[in-house]
Design a protein around this ligand. Sequence first.
Ligand code: GLA
Length: 488
Amino acid sequence: MQRNLSEELRRIYNCSPDELFLHTARYERLVTLYRSRFSGQNPAFIVRAPGRVNLIGEHTDYNGYPVMPMTIDRDVVFILGPRTDSTIDTTNESLSFERRTFNARLPVPPFEQGDWGNYVKAAVHGILEADWIDAKKAAGFQAVVGGTIPESAGLSSSSALVVASALAFLTANGKEIKREPLAELLARAERYVGSEGGGMDQAVSLLAETGKALKIDFFPLRTQPTSLPKNLSFVVCNSLIRAPKSESIRYAYNRRVIECRLATALVAKAVKECSGKDLHPTRLADLSGEKLGLEQRTIDKIVAQAIGEKPLSLKEISHHLGETTEAVQKRLCTLRDGSMLTEPPEGFKIWNRYKHVVTEAHRVELAVGAFAAGDGSAVGDLMNQSHASCRDDYEISCPELEALVSIGRELGALGARLTGAGFGGCTVNAVPSNQVARFVEGVTAAYYHGYVRQEKERRFTSYANLHDVIFVCRATTGAGAWPSRGDR
Ligand code: GLA
């Protein structure tokens, strides 16, 4: 039997009647907008994909190591109708995003860099290329898109848009695909926008469960819903420093991906020289202690001795690998669009990146135990260690995130860390549930009404509502599509 809109939304958001009323009003508003933008037609489907906050396991996903995010109750919603032709016509609720139309046929050339329509194209292009829908016959769709995930804030608004676009395209074509392969495909498909991201965001958006965090392992993708410690809340605080993955932080993000690729090659070489094992790893996790049958400490020692702890130039790396710089550049520094990552003037920081990834992977495994034991203080300690490693070895923090993390800890967070790609965006704070109100008040006074107002020369984004910049995470169900019954 079909559920009506409120029933569907109650299942998704698992919230109070008051909140349910607001959620329902939002969807009804989008349906009305659909009618007004598409000459009175009724929509046929509703699609929704949530954003996420990563609790621990930062920059481990593309290295093949696990992560532990949870969804938030902010999401991207498509109100849509299939079309008889191949046009995809998306109009955004917010007027700051212009209407975007394109043809669901290969090739799918991108819009200008940074354009929101590229995330829709990424999904469509990925699905057509994988031949999941016949590229010659695919039907397009028309949709009104509404979003409540703060943008460029490390909460995965872009991946939620990719996931929602994919579900919209599949639904319009009457096609159902299993969640795991879809998440894996979309992780690759999102690279269309130019950043070499891993698979965390798409996987959690598709596979999350209400009220739970999700431990995710990769290659192949496996997920394990994880209960949150009772009486512990996770509070997100936005630093108000924009970190757009497709724009300014693209180089910084891709640089780390390449540094890890270089690390993989260097570690394999060092292990081979030491143990005679001929290895052909694709990513760092292929060289874990478990995979090699060695103690992690032993591997770390081999690596430190072979490559040292100082940054390495491309020439030095090539020398270690016994290859020409051109060969190394071509094999390991090429990005998806075929361009080469330029060598950073201070060299590639192989040892630091390696150290972060390996220790962070271990922290995720420890966090699984701490969550299972309901040990909030152990969870908090691991989050604090993760932050230090992100700041010192992965170098993805910034002064505003540091201020926000210190404020969080001073106000009683058991753990506070940056979340997502970094370079701005949000912190996530583990706060005893009975102290959340005091915590939110304290951070508001110290950061939003204090630091942000004092540091006038910095480029903070503006906000309309405090609830959009500081809020408690509530994990909703994963993304889904359902028929719209002309909800009004
Ligand atoms: C971005 C990427 C993810 C992941 C995080 C860092 O959100 O999309 O795949 O790498 O950064 O953990």
